[in-house]
Design a protein around this ligand. Structure first.
Ligand SMILES: CC(C)(COP(=O)(O)OP(=O)(O)OC[C@H]1O[C@@H](n2cnc3c(N)ncnc32)[C@H](O)[C@@H]1OP(=O)(O)O)[C@@H](O)C(=O)NCCC(=O)NCCS
Length: 172
């Protein structure tokens, strides 16, 4: 597995570092996970180990404050950025932006010219972020048989209907 650099950004008055997740991060990732019963952090670490994805964590002052995943597996959405999560107390400091940009850089480094994501069409927090980062809706939608996230407006309901967004990684 090749090493990826960590990057540091300043969001307002906080310093955010993004790097690859490691096994030692598992407890911290589970502690801030709203649905630890899904076992997503361990799954993503295993996928990273197998080389089918890149798992990013963001830190502020050495504390894990968010995560996201770059998935190389899906045939149609390849690569797909997914599972972006920033705990409520850490939001609006630029952590989500820093994680997504770092994962986009990893996708470009791996030779990809575009990236995809699938988002709950009611996600009023994430969609403005994605638009600001340069994503556009493709008009396609995805129905997920085994959803690994929950709806934004009804948080106890699985989120199985997602809108697809795309971003070109080509300069200019
Ligand atoms: C979506 C999420 C990752 C954003 O993380 P974040 O660290 O707060 O994002 P940033 O601070 O980088 O926000 C960048 C921009 O996104 C937009 N944005 C973020 N949260 C927003 C909100 N609640 N309402 C409207 N716009 C929002 C704003 O344009 C913001 O810029 P600003 O703060 O200068 O106005 C976070 O709210 C989250 O974890 N939500 C739950 C999980 C989720 O929905 N993940 C996406 C699944 S596809």
């Amino acid at each position: 597995m090749s090493e990826s650099p960590s990057t540091t950004t300043t969001g307002g008055n906080v310093v955010i570092t993004v790097r690859r997740a490691q096994a030692v991060d598992l407890d911290a990732l589970l502690a801030s996970d709203p649905h630890p019963e899904l076992g997503l952090p361990a799954r993503r670490l295993a996928e990273q180990e197998a080389g089918t994805g890149i798992y990013a964590v963001a830190e502020i002052d050495g504390e894990v404050v968010g995560s996201g995943f770059l998935d190389f597996i899906d045939e149609e959405l390849n690569p797909e950025l997914k599972n972006l999560w920033v705990p409520p107390a850490q939001r609006r400091h630029g952590v989500g932006t820093a994680l997504w940009r770092w994962l986009e850089e990893r996708a470009a480094e791996a030779g990809h010219q575009q990236v995809f994501l699938a988002v709950d069409p009611q996600n009023f927090r994430a969609i403005p972020l994605f638009l600001e980062l340069g994503y556009s809706p493709t008009g396609d939608h995805l129905f997920m048989e085994t959803p690994d996230s929950y709806q934004v407006l009804e948080p106890d309901q699985p989120s199985n209907y997602h809108a697809i967004y795309r971003k070109s990684l080509l300069a200019g």
